[in-house]
Design a protein around this ligand. Structure first.
Ligand code: 13P
Ligand code: SF4
Length: 407
């Protein structure tokens, strides 16, 4: 059989998404974390969205007052959703805080609000747009708040890979599962092809759902969450392969692809892959009674060395409910770890990584942007509205609905 390959192959140079490179620019010391006027933060050499000049010089207190006043005036017209990785100065304004799963549920049930302001990253706001009612408007305060992992799965590359897999293996021979951290078009591809969306809190359930419907899964874009979940289900490492989008057929022979049970997209989270078994060892040497909890976006080696793993909500709940005096080393984004430490002064809580590296894209939601989008609403202007075309929305909705039913 001759394959008419679409996946790009040797001609194309591998590239790193700019968001991946930018993460390093945000590594800082603990005392640099509190929000400074945007004018000072903007000096960090990454992309920021342009904003009216008057917001650049406002300090944290001035912004706090403005946000507070605007929220009072807008009342129930606005609901603010905040992901656990948001800065303190922003998350305090969230009506609902949560992991990706909880926030998607919230987005689907906020029928009262005219405007949903999503303090998180682009794929989360896009998911809210897909799940909320058509008349509601979703706003992302800083449009450059993306996700480096989602950027590792450009829609065109995924569509090409899908075509190649169907050509080689035949229609309906692969069930696609996409992690929430992906574009609306990829979610739509899953909806159209008998697939499903997952988050870190329901990946196991969605794998079970998929294997009830087929014998092979394409999981994207996070190879680590996919591998950790498949291993937990008893799938052997030999039955998993990593699809490299820069190579023809993902870098595999047709035979190897036919034998595979799980095809993992070659993507990762630049924040979570910083955590290592070595850091866990060091934490255990310093605190023999320490419990180590990490996010499942960490590598297989790190997840296996930890005592437990789970979504940001699982991490939050586990530590909040732990007995006084317990000790926790945490492998997830530092803003959440710092918040947990502050709210649980009777426990020892610290980040596994000694260098403080916030998720650079989450960090772009500076309070100046929140203030700007709220003030704009008061002026009857909607800035940074997230839109998804009807056709994409319809199919992506199918894949998200399947997820909400599984969980
Ligand atoms: P959660 O769904 O666990 O909040 O994870 C989202 C995310 O992007 C973690 O990096
Ligand atoms: Fe994306 Fe990683 Fe940031 Fe989560 S922590 S939003 S996966 S870059």
């Amino acid at each position: 059989m001759t394959l008419n390959l679409k996946s790009p192959g040797a001609g194309r140079k591998p590239f790193l998404p700019i968001t991946e490179i930018e993460h390093a620019a945000f590594c800082k010391s603990e005392d640099e974390l509190p929000a400074k006027p945007l004018l000072d933060e903007i000096k960090v050499n990454v992309r920021w969205q342009k904003i009216p000049l008057k917001y650049l010089r406002l300090d944290a207190e001035e912004l706090d007052q403005r946000i507070h006043d605007a929220r009072q005036k807008l009342g129930t017209k606005v609901v603010v959703l905040g992901h656990h990785y948001q800065r303190e100065e922003v998350i305090k304004y969230a009506d609902f805080q949560g992991d990706s799963y909880l926030l998607s549920q919230q987005a689907a049930s906020q029928a009262e609000a005219e405007y949903i302001i999503f303090c998180g990253v682009h794929f989360m706001a896009e998911t809210a747009r897909i799940l909320c009612a058509p008349h509601q408007r979703v706003i992302l305060p800083n449009i450059t708040a993306g996700c480096s992992m989602a950027d590792m799965a450009p829609t065109g590359d995924v569509l090409d890979a899908w075509d190649d897999l169907e050509d080689l293996l035949g229609p309906n021979s692969v069930v696609p599962i996409t992690y929430m951290n992906s574009t609306a078009e990829i979610k739509a591809l899953c909806g159209r092809n008998g697939g499903i969306v997952c988050t870190s809190s329901n990946a196991a359930g969605t794998f079970e759902w998929a294997f009830q419907r087929g014998s092979r899964v394409l999981f994207l874009p996070d190879q680590h969450l996919g591998r950790n979940t498949a291993l937990n289900m008893g799938i052997d490492l030999d039955e998993m392969i990593v699809w490299n989008p820069f190579k023809p057929l993902g870098g595999h022979t047709p035979e190897r692809l036919r034998e595979s049970k799980v095809i993992l997209w070659q993507g990762h989270c630049s924040v979570h892959t910083r955590f290592t078994p070595r850091q866990i060892e060091t934490a255990r040497q310093r605190y023999p009674d320490i419990k180590v909890i990490v996010h499942p976006e960490c590598t297989m080696e790190t997840v296996q060395a930890a005592d437990m793993n789970g979504s940001t909500e699982v991490i939050r709940k586990t530590i909040n409910e732990a007995p006084a005096g317990s000790q926790w080393a945490v492998g997830t984004e530092v803003s959440l770890v710092n918040r947990l430490a502050k709210n649980n002064p009777d426990k020892v809580i610290f980040c596994l990584d000694p260098i403080v590296c916030p998720c650079s894209t989450m960090y772009r939601i500076h309070p100046a942007y929140l203030s700007w989008v709220l003030d704009s609403l008061l002026d009857r202007e909607i800035v940074n509205e997230i839109r998804v075309d009807d056709e994409t929305r319809r199919h992506a909705h199918t894949a998200l609905e399947r997820m909400l039913e599984v969980s």
